[in-house]
Design a binder for this molecule. Structure first.
Ligand SMILES: Nc1nc(=O)c2c([nH]1)NC[C@@H]1CN(c3ccc(C(=O)N[C@@H](CCC(=O)O)C(=O)O)cc3)CN21
Ligand SMILES: CC(C)C(=O)C(=O)O
Ligand SMILES: [Mg+2]
Length: 272
């Protein structure tokens, strides 16, 4: 399994870091088999696998439940798990308690927290020995305020983002995700910190990329964000396979010889 130090080495050497979300055992198995550098158990699971309109309804229990399945599917991959909405704002004390619980119960290697608010309590997590990943730019848990839109497009907001990253680094945050920001800002940010920066909708200049599993595979999603590239078509493959199954049952072609237990238990009876 790669370590936090390996990602810093990859940044130094210029080797891009690959990250993909996974939410369950099969998606984690696929990501590990393909050789992904790290897996994110994103709170996007609320939208991709639970069907909510945003990530706001996702709970700490949801994150633990899914992360444990991902760990079983990817025992040898570095896993980051999202702190969900409402679990780190009420007080620093509650944030620390919830973060410790998520880290301890999820089996993840690091926990990710959205926004600059993290600055206020991250030292407690680092004191406890928890690797913490930041997340700036578009922070989907704040969708009610921001919408799902590009962020930090003014000079002031861009400078503020870079300053927050420098604070994160000084506090001991190990990595950060930058979502939906102008590419020149992301590139500048990556040059100004030793922390590996993983981009999603942040251009080519970050130290790595992250995408959502269901977006990469075109699997049960609607119109994807602009920054998504679809590399597969699970919807097409799945609907085709399910359609063939339906036809074969209707046409009595399934089950067949190979899929039937034919040992006779009523051999001595006439006419069954
Ligand atoms: N499937 C999926 N992929 C994601 O990348 C993702 C999630 N879900 N859920 C959590 C957040 C939400 N994210 C989103 C969701 C939608 C847009 C989007 O539709 N953006 C439009 C622009 C919308 C506007 O300007 O009003 C785009 O064209 O990119 C962007 C990020 C990123 N994350
Ligand atoms: C989009 C990524 C960065 C995320 O936070 C998630 O999948 O929840
Ligand atoms: Mg998230």
């Amino acid at each position: 399994m790669k370590s936090t130090m390996d990602f810093i080495e990859m940044k130094k050497s210029g080797e891009k870091i690959t990250m993909l979300t996974a939410y369950d055992y099969p998606s984690a198995r696929q990501a590990e088999a393909a050789g992904i550098d790290m897996i994110l158990v994103g709170d996007s699971l609320g939208m991709t696998v639970l069907g909510y309109a945003s990530t706001v309804e996702v709970t700490l229990e949801d994150m633990i439940h899914h992360a444990r399945a991902v760990r079983r599917g990817a025992p040898d991959t570095y896993i980051v798990v999202d702190m969900p909405f409402g679990t780190y704002h009420a007080s620093h004390e509650e944030a620390v308690k919830n973060a410790i619980r998520l880290y301890q119960e999820s089996g993840a290697n690091a926990i990710k927290i959205e926004g600059a608010h993290l600055k206020g309590f991250v030292h407690h997590l680092i004191d406890a020995g928890i690797p913490v990943v930041g997340h700036l730019g578009l922070t989907p848990q704040a969708v009610g305020l921001t919408g799902f839109r590009m962020q930090a497009s003014s000079r002031e907001e861009a400078d503020e983002l870079i300053e927050t990253l420098q604070n994160f680094e000084a506090l001991g945050v190990v990595m950060a995700v930058l979502e939906a920001i102008p590419s020149d800002l992301a590139e500048k940010a990556a040059r100004q910190t030793q922390m590996p920066l993983i981009g999603i909708g942040a251009g080519i200049g970050t130290d790595g990329q992250v995408l959502v599993y269901h977006d990469v595979l075109k699997y049960g999603t609607g119109r994807p964000p602009r920054f998504v590239k679809q590399y597969g078509d699970f919807d097409k493959a799945g609907i085709k396979a399910i359609g063939e199954y339906i036809s074969e049952v209707k046409d009595q072609k399934f089950p067949d010889e190979n899929t039937t237990y034919k040992k006779k238990v009523y051999e001595d009876e006439n006419n069954g």
